[in-house]
Write a protein that binds this ligand. Sequence first.
Ligand SMILES: [Zn+2]
Length: 193
Amino acid sequence: MEFVNLAKTCRTLYDKDYLDNMKKLDILKRHPMIKFDNLYDYFHIVNRFQLNIKQHIQRLVDDSHIFENMIENIEWLNDDIIFIKHLQKFLKKELMKITNHKYSKWCGETVITTVNSIKGALKGLGMTTDVNKNNVRDMIICIVFSTYSTNDNHQPILDKISFLKCFNCKKFSNQVVDFGELICLNCSKTVHP
Ligand SMILES: [Zn+2]
């Protein structure tokens, strides 16, 4: 009888372990994990991303033909509009660069969500005010930056996929605290309680 119970417990533990591993694998498949040795490297990558995005968007709105075509279709922007095509293309290119060209599916899906937000925001802008190159440029930059790199309340996407090495346990974590040395959230409870 006891043996049966033990076997049952083992089975439950085994199943739980198995499920946990599957979950981990699933997360790894879906979410990129980019490792950085230090904060400097991380900020360097984020700054470069922001700079490239700004340049791409400026170039896009400066192309009058493409911009006018977008304005004409602002009420119904689909993926065939050249402006949207370019937006998708350079966003994916920048995301692929950051994730070392290993997560094409994730980059594609993430970009679609971002571009959908931008399409909606452009339509809203068109309903409320005169649309011009400056407000389109600034609005798109704000959406991309707040989604990917700067957000006070929730981890933006680039934070979520960036893992830094904990000085204490030497493991990579995507939530570290800077105590002069980077300490992961787990260790910070024991090292600096
Ligand atoms: Zn640690």
